[in-house]
Design a protein around this ligand. Sequence first.
Ligand code: NAP
Length: 302
Amino acid sequence: MSAKLIKGKEIREEILAEIKEEVEAIKEKYGVVPGLVTILVGKDPASVSYVTAKVKTALSLGFKEVQENLSADISEEELLALVEKYNQDESIHGILVQLPLPAQINEKRIINAIDPDKDVDGFHPINMGRLLIGGSEVKFPPCTPAGIVEMLRRAGVPTEGAEVVVVGRSNIVGKPVAVMLMQKNPQANATVTVAHTRTRDLAAHCRRADILIVAAGVPGLVKPEWIKPGACVIDVGVNRVGWKISKKTGRKIAVLKGDVDFEAAKEIAGWITPVPGGVGPMTIAMLMRNTLNSLKYKLGIS
Ligand code: NAP
């Protein structure tokens, strides 16, 4: 294997340890801790497992954590009222509404109802606008893109002047990560191309990339011959391609694959993220950091 493995799990642990230390120091000095409310509507198994992990992490860091587990048939008005309750709650600094929401609820209306200064997922249009402007305007970068930028920084992957190709233009990954890496700052300063399903000759774009970020949700989309030797490959894709029995628990678990053929790509790339254990673990760490930052903005100590 020639590529250095960028291990999201290890980086996450480093970040969580830093957050925990800061939470303790703030608690000692100001007598407050970050407060996060997680709002889960229904019992979709993937959503339940994401929320469970977020709750567990928040508690392990000493946050105040409030769980709102709601029935799948809750009305839009009831959910809006709950969001408003936490907008007004001084002890809550982050509001997380787990997506997707059931069909009777307009997701956009819910996201837009969250106080932008408690929008720790960073999906509110005001926070998207702040992200586009960049610099000190940025309050809550969306968690997965923020995790990618943090991984690049901690793995020592140079971004200044680099050709970055992002495959995928979703609002939660592709667009924001492209915006973050094109900003004028030493952690970015890249030349960014965004590719999608209408891109002509995707392979040619990928071959130019010093940093190739793939967030398409198509297993094995990026072929090994599309990777420039020595490039950094960030595979955001999480695709369930089958089931297996866990050796640890004996339970049936999903077999996950990324958007890149990892086994072949690792022989060509200079750095690569595995799936699972790459970008995935970073997302929760960034959510925790956004929640801590929300409290720090409020205290005027950021
Ligand atoms: P999405 O909303 O479905 O967007 C996929 C994007 O990829 C679209 O812009 C689409 O282009 C593009 N695309 C799809 N097939 C393509 C192809 N054959 N060639 C070129 N472009 C193609 O997906 P998402 O929410 O961004 O998620 C992408 C992947 O990342 C998924 O596997 C998801 O599970 C994973 N993910 C992981 C994390 C994490 O690890 N924490 C977080 C979020 C997402 P068009 O715009 O033209 O349709």
